[in-house]
Design a protein around this ligand. Structure first.
Ligand SMILES: Cc1ncc(COP(=O)(O)O)c(C=O)c1O
Length: 479
């Protein structure tokens, strides 16, 4: 590398760091969502692929102005849609560091220290879940991959290959959609997937679950897995983990808990009891890029008996055989579906070292408080109703003025969300619960304040009144 390239790289790093930090500092003043306009998309398509390279600064500026400027800022304190990703700057820094050295976390030979740290972090997480010493796991890219890894292992443990075609998986109507997709990826047909109903609190109906299992056994089918959720995406509800564990023990089924979202309360001494019974699951999904404040691509699959992973995923081709290991030296490519894999554990480890576990658990607990503030503000407005109370930092509610019929309320609530996106102050999207369109807030940003929550509700109410007036006028003009 010549001197001028070196200096260009060095200046670029400083420039990127400055740009990121100033954007981070001013994030609260920025729009929560910006969607690229047609002109921008046209410009991006016209950039093309030059034969000779361009100065780094011009490419960086283009990316900052034209690419990163047009996004939903998932780490915005008032981004309340989907599951936000309030990544801490410490995780960002660890990413910069790790990607600078670019370790390959597939084998001990390639990344002994990173593999050791992965093992340590996984052990620590297993302890938070109340797992025994036989537990283990690994990092994967996200909750979808984590759930897939668990489901493949579950089938491998519970069924012989001849039984695959009769294997039955049990989910609830509130299970995340990636689970059904995962089962399809695994080759299950739709008649092999049972959707169990939920109770008034959107928790899996265990009586129906048992009835379905019994019916399937009578038909000669092979029930093999129940997917429970600890923190459903819609409402934050937690399935009855002990009851499901009892049934899984009774009928010899694998119990998987999707804690992609809610798993993080396990690090809070105050709230971990909400996931009581999770230690009875055979496997747990837990995403660090959701409520553990990591940048993307950071999820964990934890397994009560870690040997199941290696039995399921290890392969021994001749070109990998020199990466031999001794006791306690992991070749993680034998533990999951990926061969080449980034060292995802390092940023979580770095974050824990830099912030400490106490601070991290306070950051999680803050989310629970934020949703409670939102709920208390909503209750001040008589034309609004709470659909599901604040639970694991999620609250669902809707504008329900008696001036409008159900059909109009559907349209008005959707419109309120659209107006908020256009406004940019916050991002609040809708979901459907019990057939109704409702507004949903998922609030887990450690820097979001009580004022952020109250002002957001205030503004939603403003847009509700405005939309309501527009509908009233339309109705009058129709008559
Ligand atoms: C409960 C739950 N499971 C799984 C997923 C999928 O995780 P990912 O988007 O990381 O693949 C999500 C995403 O929001 C989720 O909320």
């Amino acid at each position: 590398m010549n001197e001028s390239m070196k200096s260009e790289l060095y200046q670029s790093i400083q420039y990127i760091a400055q740009s990121y930090l100033s954007s981070y500092e001013s994030v609260s003043d920025q729009r929560a969502v910006t969607i690229a306009d047609k002109e921008t998309i046209k410009r991006l398509r016209n950039i093309g692929f030059p034969k000779t390279g361009r100065p780094l600064k011009s490419v960086i500026d283009e990316m900052i102005d034209e690419v990163y400027a047009n996004q939903a800022i998932m780490q915005h304190p008032r981004f309340f849609a989907f599951v936000p990703s309030p990544a801490t700057p410490v995780s960002w820094l660890a990413d910069v560091l790790t990607y600078s050295y670019n370790p390959h976390a597939g084998s001990w030979l390639q990344s002994s220290s990173a593999s050791c740290i992965e093992q340590e972090v996984i052990q620590w997480l297993c302890q938070q879940a109340g797992y025994p010493d036989s537990a283990g796991g690994l990092f994967v890219s996200g909750g979808s991959m984590s759930n897939l890894t668990a489901l493949i292992t579950a089938r491998n443990v519970k069924l012989t290959e001849n039984e695959y075609a009769d294997g039955i998986a049990y989910l609830s109507g509130q299970t995340h959609s990636c689970v059904t997709r995962n089962l399809r990826i695994m080759g299950l047909r739709s008649e092999q997937i049972r959707n169990i109903s939920t109770d008034d609190e959107y928790r899996m109906n265990v009586t129906q679950l048992e009835q379905e299992i019994i019916k399937d056994i009578k038909k000669g089918k092979k029930p093999f897995v129940v997917v429970a959720t600890a923190g459903t995406t819609n409402t934050g509800s937690v399935d009855p983990l002990h009851d499901i564990a009892d049934l899984c023990e009774k009928y010899d089924l694998w119990m998987h808990v999707d804690g992609a979202y809610g798993g993080s309360v396990l690090i809070s001494p105050k709230y971990k009891h909400l996931l009581d019974g999770i230690n009875r699951a055979d496997s747990i999904t837990w995403d660090a890029h959701k409520w553990l404040f990591q940048t993307y691509g950071c999820s964990m699959i934890l397994m009560k008996e870690e040997r199941h992973l290696i039995n399921c995923f290890s392969t021994h081709p001749e070109y990998l055989k020199d990466a031999v290991t001794e006791n306690d030296q992991r070749n993680y490519w034998d533990w999951g579906p990926e061969l080449t894999r980034p060292a995802r554990s390092l940023k979580l480890w770095f974050t824990i070292q830099a912030l400490g576990t106490e601070k991290l658990s306070q950051m999680v607990e803050h989310g629970i408080q934020l949703a409670e503030w939102a709920e208390s503000e909503i209750k001040k407005y008589p034309e609004w109703e709470i659909i599901t109370s604040a639970q694991l930092a999620i609250v669902n509610f809707r504008y329900a003025s008696y001036h409008f019929d159900e059909h109009e309320l559907e349209l008005i609530n959707a419109k309120i969300s659209q107006k908020m996106i256009e406004d940019g102050f916050a991002c609040v999207l809708t979901t459907k619960l019990n057939g109704k369109t409702v507004l949903r807030i998922c609030a887990i940003h450690p820097d979001a304040t009580e004022a952020d929550m109250r002002n957001t509700i205030h503004l939603l109410n403003h847009y509700a009144n405005e939309t309501g007036s527009e509908y009233k006028k339309q109705n009058i003009s129709k008559k």
